[in-house]
Ligand binder design. Structure first.
Ligand code: ZN
Length: 138
């Protein structure tokens, strides 16, 4: 359970924002930052974000719903949201667990993700949803 990153305590209701500030989210993080990961899927390898988890009810959009855009690819299950003004990825509804959002750890206010230390890697090339049935290329 990660309750502090660098000098920034993780609040039970912690705000997150995109770069330009058009999008502001409130994240419910009663257990702090949960399960931070990097991922090597075709999307994450390009965007490079560290992603942590919240249940769907754990994100409230305080501002900027109208400027959020959604990107889908491959099976079109996951919904990747980003600010259409500054382009920063904020959060996504997961394909591996649609009851969860992943969110961009670097969007948490006051948090410098480089102070997190070593971050585990998720195997996004061999996606859990592809392991049974036919293998889909990314
Ligand atoms: Zn923005």
């Amino acid at each position: 359970m990660i309750k502090r990153i660098g000098n920034t305590p993780i609040e039970e209701k912690h705000r997150a924002s995109c770069h330009c500030g058009a999008v502001v989210l409130e994240l419910a993080l009663p257990d702090g930052v949960v399960d931070p990961r990097r991922c090597d899927c075709s999307l994450c390898r390009r965007r490079g974000a560290i992603v942590a988890s919240v249940p769907l009810a754990g994100i409230r959009i305080l501002r900027g719903e109208a400027v959020l855009r959604c990107y889908r690819f491959n099976t079109h299950t996951a919904q990747h949201y980003f600010c259409s003004v500054c382009g920063i990825y904020t959060h996504h509804q997961r394909r591996s667990n649609p009851a969860e959002y992943g969110y961009n750890l670097a969007c948490l206010e006051g948090v410098n993700p480089f102070e997190l230390g070593e971050v585990p890697l998720r195997d996004g090339v061999n996606h859990p949803a592809d392991r049974s049935g036919s293998h889909l290329p990314l």
